[in-house]
Unconditional design. Sequence first.
Lengths: 114, 116
Amino acid sequence: AQSVTQPDIHITVSEGASLELRCNYSYGATPYLFWYVQSPGQGLQLLLKYFSGDTLVQGIKGFEAEFKRSQSSFNLRKPSVHWSDAAEYFCAVGAGGSQGNLIFGKGTKLSVKP
Amino acid sequence: SAVISQKPSRDICQRGTSLTIQCQVDSQVTMMFWYRQQPGQSLTLIATANQGSEATYESGFVIDKFPISRPNLTFSTLTVSNMSPEDSSIYLCSVEWGGGATDTQYFGPGTRLTVL
């Protein structure tokens, strides 16, 4: 069965420091992969997505993610974190031909220290 | 991307009652989805709602508990019926947008439901 694992429940980084959020997936075919961010009291905003091609994808707000098939990973990175990045981050994998059936990880809560 | 709104944004309800959540999209879309996010948990797909057909429910969700309407290509409702405190969650609708194999899901702001 398809699954997504985000090993880190909560991460705290200092403002200006680099960030990497981990995501591992289990999927039988080429996955469609997504990162979403949920700010307090808000819905989910799409940060970036991978369907095919270049394994390093750029997203909004300075985020990027790298698809590594050999490691079944799709880690999210940002070189310099801003206080406004504090939020919960969800990795998701598309489980079918339509993107409708997204499987989400449990999320990683990011706190940013001043 | 599509702009999605939901009503209400939050509500507090008594057990045994029902609440209907509305989802409005600013563009016509074929596929709309309803998710549940229980406190401290991730998102779980409740059902897929295509215009002109019955909603398709995921394992563990039934139509009697979560009836869904999809009267046109820009609107859908989800009703949470006979509520219990276990139904306290954020309910989010999403739509598939982009066209073709690279469709992406965009989410509404969610409805935060508390059942007493």
